[in-house]
Structures are given as C-alpha cells and as structure tokens.
Design a protein around this ligand. Structure first.
Ligand code: AMP
Ligand code: MG
Length: 399
C-alpha cells in the first residue's frame, strides 16, 4: 500500500498546466487567475460622501447646536454621478448624496438627520443643529481602500464572487484565466441504469457520473463527455476513444478497479497502474499519466466522492495553476467517537453540529443516501487508532 500523500505526489507530477487566455470579467467566475490583477484606479476613485446630507466647511458648523444652528447658504445639489465641482465659500454648503464627489473646499458631511429640515431643508438655506465629530467626517477618501496599481487578486487564486467584484471595482474588465480543463466521466458497471428507470432485479440507479461531473464542474472544468458503460471491454474502449476525440485533458472512470471477476477498467486500460492506497474508503485506485490523465476510481459512491477529493480535484486545480490545491481544513472536536480503520487514512462523511462534527453516515462506502447530509469529511491520519468524544480532528469542508 502507498500513502495518500505519496500517491497524490505521483499524480501531481504528471500534471501539466493548461494554457491561459484573456476573458471578459463577466465570464471569469470560478476560473483560476493566471496573472495578477492590479487596480486600474484608486479605490475609492475620488473623495465622496458616505452619507446623504450637506457638504460643509467644518469651521462653519463646528459650534452649531439645536439652540444656535449654523445657517448655511446651499449653492449646489450633488447627486451620485454628478460632474459638478462647486467651490464652497465661507458660510456655504452643497446638498450631497451618498457616493457623490465632495467639493474640494468641503471637509465634512453633515447628515440630513443633523439638520433642521432634513431633505426639505434645501435648496436655499440649511440649518445645521449638530456639528460632525471632526473635520473629514463622513468623507470616504480617494485611495483609502487601495491605491491604483495595488494587486487586487494575485495569480493562482480562484475568482469567486468577491474577487470578481473587487476587480470590477478596480475598473478592470478583462482577466487572464486558465482554460477550463476538459473532463470526461465514464461510469462502468452492468448493473447501472439511468436514474428514474424501472429497475429490473439486480439493477441500480447510476449516480457516480452526476457526482463526478458536478464535482469537476465545481473546479471550473468543462465536462465534455458523461456516460455509462457496462462491464464490456469494447464498450469502455469506445468510450475512451470518444473522450480522446473530444479533447479530454482528464478521463475519470468509476468502478471496475478492485479484485472482482469483471473489473472492466482493470482489464481494459493497459496503460493504467493499479495501486492500493492507504485510505478508507478509496483503497483501489487506477491512474495513468496520459495525456489525457486517466483516473480509475472505485465504484462505491462514497469511495468515488472521496477519491475525487483526494486525487482528482487537486490535479484539476494544479492543471489550472491554482496556488492552493486543497480544501479548507479546520480542526474541530468530535461530537461523538467513531471507529477508525487500522493503518489507513480515514475520510468519514460528517455534519457540523454544536460541539464539533458527527458522522453523517455509519461509514460504509456504499451509503450514497446518507452522503447527501454530509458537509465535510473528517480526515483521520493512518496512525490514529481511535476517535473519542472531544478529540480534535481534521475536517475538510466540501460544501
Ligand atoms: P465496483 O467498484 O465496480 O466494484 O463497484 C462497487 C460498488 O459500487 C458496487 O456495489 C456497484 O454497484 C456500485 N457502483 C459502481 N459504480 C456505480 C455508479 N456509477 N453509480 C452507483 N453505484 C455504483
Ligand atoms: Mg463494477
């Protein structure tokens, strides 16, 4: 048996990075950035108002009180988007809305709430009842968030919603991202029929193709083929040829890699190396460096899901130039104890509960239904013999 880490290292050494291209920011969600994005403008772009109210000169209002309001002449009306640049003289104010540029000579904003007439107090004269706390109050300063040229998002990072929005805010509309890796998913098993079928005796609904396609899609891969073949050598060969014809960078098969009598992947794919990996579930694994990369995952649904996390996902991310290939890990207490295998790393589907994590299933690799409740995997090192209530365990978040 080989360790999970050693096996992953072997897989990653076979990975080559896909090419990158420049795409519209609107098409970049979920993709991996290949060149850092620098802010094209200062953020904020200009000094602007944080409140709806009046732009004033602080000295004009610093002694205002409800008994002795400061009375200012309103000389301009500044909605967001205005191009006006009024200059305030002594005793003058401009009505201003959130996000509008602050007049150069103004150094504070008085919110409507601190004036006598509120919104209606314009456009002629405003009576300020309470001074802002200091000069500069309620003004968002140009560049206080980041200066033009600052790296907003470094290369190697996934462009999630927050990153895409920051790049847009920095006035950039094109980004250099990895091409989507092309992935083919082929389930094997003569017992498998499409979900929703009338099941004859011995048949079960096929579920790994949807599982593995969805997991691949979440890495920003493009699924170019999704299919199921029986345990028939020629059918698997034909599916592999189709995957190659569609330009697959990676082919993921499920089933047919263990020690039974009809192991179609094992029997058919001569270039694959088959290996027992010290993990549970997911012990039997097949792999070929390709190209395309060939992943022969075991067929039990939990095994397939865990194998994807352990090997396929890091490989698909490495292909895209991702700096961090791993899921977010937390250390959390076990809310109850559970059984662990000897000498193999355990990946146990768990739920997050008050006080830590609890098993989502009884731990069997066939428990596809219970997997629906899982939010994470507890990852227990091969040399740990027991997990007891309260033990801190490593938890890999997957949802
Ligand atoms: P195998 O790895 O082919 O020996 O399959 C192990 C177990 O997983 C068997 O009980 C199969 O019926 C089941 N299985 C294999 N492939 C799938 C699949 N694509 N969807 C659902 N169950 C599967
Ligand atoms: Mg099978």
């Amino acid at each position: 048996m080989i360790s999970v880490d050693a096996y992953l290292t072997r897989i990653l050494s076979a990975v080559t990075t896909v090419e990158s291209s420049t795409v519209a920011l609107a098409d970049a969600h979920g993709r991996t950035l290949r060149a850092p994005v620098h802010a094209a403008v200062d953020l904020p772009v200009f000094d602007n108002s944080a409140m709806d109210g009046f732009a004033v000169r602080f000295v004009d209002v610093s002694h205002a009180s409800p008994a002795t309001p400061a009375v200012l002449r309103v000389i301009a009306d500044l909605p967001a988007g205005t191009a006006l640049t009024p200059v305030l003289g002594v005793g003058e104010a401009a009505r201003i809305m959130t996000g509008a540029p602050v007049p150069v000579s103004a150094d504070a904003i008085v919110p409507f709430e601190d004036t006598a007439g509120g919104l209606e107090d314009s456009l002629d004269v405003v009576r300020v009842l309470r001074p802002p706390r200091a000069a500069g109050a309620h003004i968002r300063r140009r560049g206080e968030d980041c200066a033009a040229g600052t790296v907003l998002v470094p290369a190697g990072v996934r462009l999630g919603p927050l990153q895409v929005a920051a790049i847009a805010a920095g006035n950039c509309d094109r980004v250099d991202v990895s091409r989507r890796p092309r992935v083919a998913v082929i389930s094997t098993g003569s017992e498998l029929v499409p979900p929703g079928s009338a099941l004859s005796h011995g048949q079960i609904p096929e579920s790994n193709a949807l599982l593995l396609s969805a997991l691949a899609t979440e890495t920003a891969a493009e699924v170019v083929l999704r299919g199921t073949v029986g345990d028939v050598d020629d059918d698997l060969r034909a599916a592999l040829a189709e995957a190659t014809a569609r330009g697959a960078d990676a082919v993921i098969t499920s089933g047919g890699v263990s020690a039974g009598a009809f192991e179609v992947v094992k029997n058919t794919i001569a270039e694959m190396t088959f290996q027992k990996v010290a993990m549970q579930p997911g012990k039997p694994q097949g792999f070929a460096a390709g190209p395309p990369l060939l992943f022969g995952l075991p067929g039990n649904p939990v095994s397939a899901a865990v194998s994807f996390e352990a090997f396929v996902r890091p490989a698909l991310l490495a292909m895209q130039g991702r700096a961090d290939l791993h899921r977010r890990m937390l250390r959390l207490p076990a809310a109850q104890g559970w059984r662990v295998p000897q000498g193999r790393r355990q990946y146990l589907p768990v739920v997050l509960v008050d006080g830590g994590v609890a098993p989502a299933t009884a731990g069997g690799s066939h428990l596809a239904g219970g997997l629906a409740g899982a939010e994470a995997y507890a990852v227990i090192p091969a040399d740990v013999d027991t997990v007891s209530h309260g033990d801190l365990v490593d938890v890999m978040l997957v949802s």
